[in-house]
Design a protein around this ligand. Sequence first.
Ligand code: COA
Length: 273
Amino acid sequence: MLDVPKSADKSYADGKILQSVADGVGVITFNNPDKRNAMSIEMWDGLGSALIELRDDPAVRVVIMTGGGDKAFMSGADISQFEKNRHNAQASEEYGKRSDAQRALLAHYPKPTIACIRGFCLGGGMQIAMLSDIRIAAENSQFGIPAAKLGIAYGYEGLNHLVSLVGPSWARLLLYTGMRIDSAEALRIGLVDRVIPDAELWDATSEIARTISGNAPLAIQAAKITIAQVLRDPDQRDMAAIKAIGTACMDSEDFREGRRAFMDKRKPRFTGR
Ligand code: COA
């Protein structure tokens, strides 16, 4: 079983973004617990660097994102920076470009991603969670988008994901009120995939990650690419990309290994080729 990383292989933003790898699983920790893991602009940059490094590391087959401490996944953007960096539309556009670039990385990430959520998951934290492929939450989690309490617009990408997960009506209720919902409600409306007792969250999440990392990488890529295309408008779908990854799977060494291992009644060893 993977341990919750106690120390990092690498860190960014003065230790507020941590990165580690074990057993084919990359872990990124938002590590600003005194501020409930609020994300400064430097942390957004650090998140991007960690995502790129784990993306390009062939030993990494899946990435978990989680929050440091036991109170929060992420409380959103660091509001204390807004007066300087995000005080009007022009400043906000500049600010947005930096954090948008990291979110775009996540949106087009080639490897599976899991948000491991404990405590508060708010604002930009919801966006990171929604951009992840899978959301596993502790029972003590709370979710919300308090944009209307701050007077900011949440933006197209974030709402696109929210509406596709929970539908337009819940999206309106959450956005108009800025209310927080608990993990049971989040599970019921489809915002998270699984809710786990607090003490078991990490073990349960790392078990899912280890299962993914033991499966055939090309087959997972095929699922990821195809599901992403299903979510697009029909006339925008890249059917050629779906065909190409399907062909790569069927011609792969891993497919041969998978069927032989099944016949030999042994565990397959997949290489991603
Ligand atoms: N940006 C900057 N600082 C934040 C923050 C954020 N998004 N979220 C929390 N903090 C800071 C608080 O100011 C406080 O700092 P202090 O110790 O110097 O006073 C510290 O983190 C602890 O927060 P506190 O509110 O005392 O803890 P709590 O457990 O009672 O509540 C939250 C936690 C997350 C519910 C609450 O802090 C909150 O609502 N944060 C803002 C969330 C938000 O609006 N996010 C959207 C940003 S776009």
